[in-house]
Ligand binder design. Structure first.
Ligand code: SF4
Length: 391
């Protein structure tokens, strides 16, 4: 957020809208947009819009009205992330190597670790972020299913995050044989686009996300709030280990219950720990948001003061709902309110565990085979080498 508040104007946020207009005007390009969970909680934070208008369906309709060909839900690829990351965690627990495992879906955190703690890079999950997993799948599986040549696809991610622009530009993010994600727009850029096109969401009829890879579960939806990745991973890991389903709310101890109400930004972020018994074994977890807090956890682990099996880290306090690409409101922090909305969406979904997603099941059956298969490793995993191959 400091970029948007730079007093001298020396720092400027990159504006990708001119490139998007060029792509939309190119008749040979097929545009495929993905929308991150946190974006849908913040795209209509305006006083003149009555509550209940800001639905996912109207956001899809608005993007279609602008002219994007396909609109997909990043909640789907968050579910795929869980299939890979949850199984990776279980592999590491079995081998007892490179523990604790740290989550890797936040590029702000991955970049921080690369710069300040390269000795811990081996402990990062190799699973890519939902944005990049979707990018790799759009230009392979989705291209195959829709019959669109991957070279004609322009893959655009709408994210609550400025750091995601850098992540998409990493040289390593081309597992599909093309740049997996061509452009990243922040929520703020998308809002500017809607305004420039005079889109009034109140007059729009809701539209569903496109298929065949457009739908996600409640587990994928909570990726946008601190504790969400951990909770989603535990719902699936429990099933893989025990063969039984845990209650969807069995792991809610990892949630930040302090983030209630709109104006308590002071309480955002922090460190939460919880232990769960799964098949007779105790799993020690830690959830942290804000890089200062992450550094504290690293110091505790390295000094031997704390022992964890799985650590979720989000650079922005409160997680992506409080991301640097989200709308900014003077003297008010809306991240807690947005986080509550994601938990509501989780509750409203019929399916709330990633492994129950029928489109994810079909993806593995038809294309990836199993989590951590050779193809999945190639497309969906990476060794995080940020500064070396950033272009
Ligand atoms: Fe981006 Fe912040 Fe979310 Fe990390 S926590 S992915 S830096 S918005």
């Amino acid at each position: 957020q400091c970029i948007t508040h730079c007093p001298t104007g020396a720092l400027k946020e990159r504006n990708d809208l001119p490139a998007i207009y060029d792509i939309l005007a190119d008749p040979d390009k097929v545009t495929v947009v993905q929308i991150a969970p946190a974006v849908r909680t913040a795209w209509l934070e305006r006083n003149d819009v009555e509550p209940g208008i800001d639905t996912e369906g109207r956001l899809v309709a608005a993007l279609k009205r602008i002219g994007f060909d396909y609109v997909l839900d990043t909640v789907f690829s968050a579910d795929v992330t869980i299939m890979e990351e949850g199984n990776e965690l279980l592999e590491r627990l079995r081998s007892k190597k490179q523990m604790p495992m740290f989550t890797s879906c936040c590029p702000g955190w991955v970049s921080y670790l690369t710069m300040y703690h390269p000795e811990l890079l081996g402990q990062l999950s190799t699973t890519k972020s939902p944005q990049q997993i979707f990018g790799a799948l759009i230009k392979t599986y989705f291209a195959e299913k829709t019959g669109v040549a991957p070279e004609n696809i322009c893959s655009i991610a709408i994210m609550p995050c400025v750091s995601k622009k850098r992540e998409a530009a990493l040289e390593s993010m081309n597992a599909s044989g093309y740049q997996d994600v061509d452009y990243v727009l922040t929520t703020r850029e998308m809002v500017r686009l809607l305004r420039a096109e005079h889109i009034d969401p109140r007059g729009l009829k809701e539209k569903p996300f496109d298929s065949p890879i457009g739908d996600g579960t409640g587990a994928g939806a909570i990726f946008g709030v601190t504790g969400g990745v951990m909770e989603a991973a535990l719902r699936t890991a429990y099933k893989v280990v025990t063969g039984e389903e845990a209650d969807e709310d069995a792991f809610k101890a990892v949630r930040d219950t302090r983030t209630q109400g709109r104006d308590n930004a002071i309480n955002l972020g922090g460190i939460r720990t919880a232990e769960f018994e799964i098949a007779g074994k105790v799993l020690k977890t830690c959830v942290v948001s804000g890089l200062k807090n992450a550094e504290e956890v690293i110091q505790q682990i390295q000094s031997g003061e704390a022992h964890y099996d799985f650590v979720e880290v989000m650079a922005c306090p409160g997680g992506c709902v409080g991301g640097g690409g989200q709308p900014i409101h003077e003297e008010a922090e809306w991240a807690p309110k947005r986080g509550e909305r994601l938990y509501e969406l989780d509750k409203e979904r019929k399916l709330r565990r990633s492994h129950e997603n029928p489109q994810v099941q079909k993806l593995y059956k038809e294309f990836l085979e199993t989590p951590l298969s050779e193809k999945a490793e190639h497309l969906l995993h990476t060794q995080h080498m940020w500064e070396k191959n950033y272009r």
